[in-house]
Design a protein around this ligand. Sequence first.
Ligand code: ADP
Length: 353
Amino acid sequence: MAATEISIRNLQVQYGHIKAVHIAALDLLSQEILAIVGPNGAGKSTLLRVMGLLEKPAEGTVIFQGQPATYDPRSLLLLHRRMAMVFQEPLLLKMTVAENIAIGLKFRRLTPQATQIKHWLDRFGIAHLHNRPARLLSGGEARRASLARAFILNPEILLLDEPFSALDAPTQNGLMVDLKTILAETRTTTVFVTHNLNEARMLADRMAVMMAGQMVQVDHPDEVFSHPATVEAARFLGMENCLLGHVLEKNNGQITIKIARQKIILKGTPPHNKQIYVCIRPENIRVAKKRTLTSTLSGRVNTCVKLGQMVRVVVDCGIPVVAQMPKEMFDQADLHAGDEVSVLFLSQATHLI
Ligand code: ADP
């Protein structure tokens, strides 16, 4: 089993009457890339600050490589020197890009070598900017410079707060690909906070889902996306349809569920309780005029909205059900507002909570 770099136990952070973070346990494993995801205000940045020992929690323990962290200035300084943190806003100083990259080493009383600086400028594709005043960099370049400044420190743990936010899509993608390559080479243990699910899916070995200060799930991204632990997490993770249902019958791996006065038969094992949520992404729902017998609800098309190459169809089945399909499929199905349709749930993509 991988060693644990940072463990959090019984953590509570409170701001006035706001319970910002309340987590029983979280372990950061050696060499993993852990994404902390959740909506705005979930407590992600607060948790990151606590993990980076920048904030002392009112309650709970942060265990750094087996030792509970103490917060006396001397120990803190030593622990901080083993980590590097990159904030949402690149905090670059009024000097050249190369000087900014060297500054962290100087703060640690180390002598930056020109080859080291060149290496990290090259790795982040900003060698041509080495002499430019850092405040003249574009958003993407500044992010690259602040990441290079963190990597040159060769940290045992890297903490990144929204490393790609507020960048345009091509800049964001380019930086994500480069960071992924560099992390695969260095195997630096990394925690990064994001509300962007694509970033988490692309970079993370494990995802930690936070909602309202609590940790609701920590698992491999595929598992988190296919089997979210709670309805709130499912909605956040793109399972826009979370339909309240009632289990009527289970046999031979089939479950009959009542949803809004209709019956639907799905494959799978239901949770123990009778009242459940049937959760499914819009792209895993098919809408057709022809009636099929199982796995379907019937309803009336409410709206069809084209979104580029996809069409979003909302069907009133007693409750609104949202489907999304490629434009060709939509044209073939010949759907219009007011049509009577059946709505098919792809069983393997349906998750019951
Ligand atoms: P996230 O990073 O998920 O957006 P934060 O960790 O920034 O969430 O914030 C969690 C909650 O704590 C929010 O309700 C936020 O308003 C509150 N909060 C964060 N920092 C402070 C602070 N310094 N003072 C008061 N409230 C804070």
